[in-house]
Design a protein around this ligand. Structure first.
Ligand code: COA
Length: 158
């Protein structure tokens, strides 16, 4: 088990996050996009860190009572140690009293990420055709509902 903590992203984390973005995604976020997310009032941007490194990060943009997970990644050498679990738990803990739901898109073929979201109670609510480029692929739209009545309605649709 890796010993790490969850902290707000600050300027000294940005270089490491940029590197992880480049290694994980075909269209990585650039420095100014990451800095905007770090500074925006309606964004929560958390990192998992140990004494030496940034292990992973998660970003959430909120509009009134809706949350949108904009990015989540864990550096390859720290995967399967509960880092993403801890990042999602922290995000939920920060927002569950103020949000109705949080939602995200994920590549249909990204089995580890889909399993991660399902483990945390996200349900599939739709598909966005050809949403991704490089390679072109559909997105699965997944949502975590915080209000029981919304969760029940979604269960009836699925
Ligand atoms: N295969 C299947 N399920 C997996 C998995 C894998 N390789 N990796 C993670 N999971 C799921 C499991 O449900 C796991 O729970 P379990 O350990 O009880 O089985 C759960 O995720 C939590 O695992 P954790 O160790 O916290 O995940 P992680 O720190 O390795 O990070 C990702 C998971 C998806 C963030 C990581 O693989 C990653 O950074 N991938 C590249 C970036 C990416 O695809 N981001 C998502 C964009 S939508």
């Amino acid at each position: 088990m890796t010993d790490f903590s969850i902290v707000d992203v600050s300027p000294e984390h940005i270089d490491s996050i940029l590197e992880i973005e480049k290694l994980c995604f075909s269209l990585p976020w650039n420095r100014s996009a990451l800095e905007n997310q770090m500074n925006a009032e309606n964004c929560l941007f958390l990192a998992a860190v140990d004494r030496e490194a940034v292990l992973g990060y998660i970003g959430l943009m909120t509009v009134i009572d809706e949350g949108y997970i904009s990015n989540i990644a864990v550096a390859r050498q720290y995967r399967r140690r509960g880092v993403a679990d801890a990042l999602i738990d922290a995000l939920v803990e920060h927002t569950k009293d103020s949000l109705a739901f949080m939602t995200l898109e994920v590549r249909e073929s990204n089995a580890p990420a889909v399993a991660l979201y399902e483990k945390h109670g996200f349900v599939t609510v739709g598909t966005r055709k050809n949403y991704y480029e490089n390679p072109k692929e559909n997105a699965r739209l997944m949502t975590l509902f915080f209000r029981p009545e919304d969760r029940d309605n979604a269960d009836n649709v699925n």
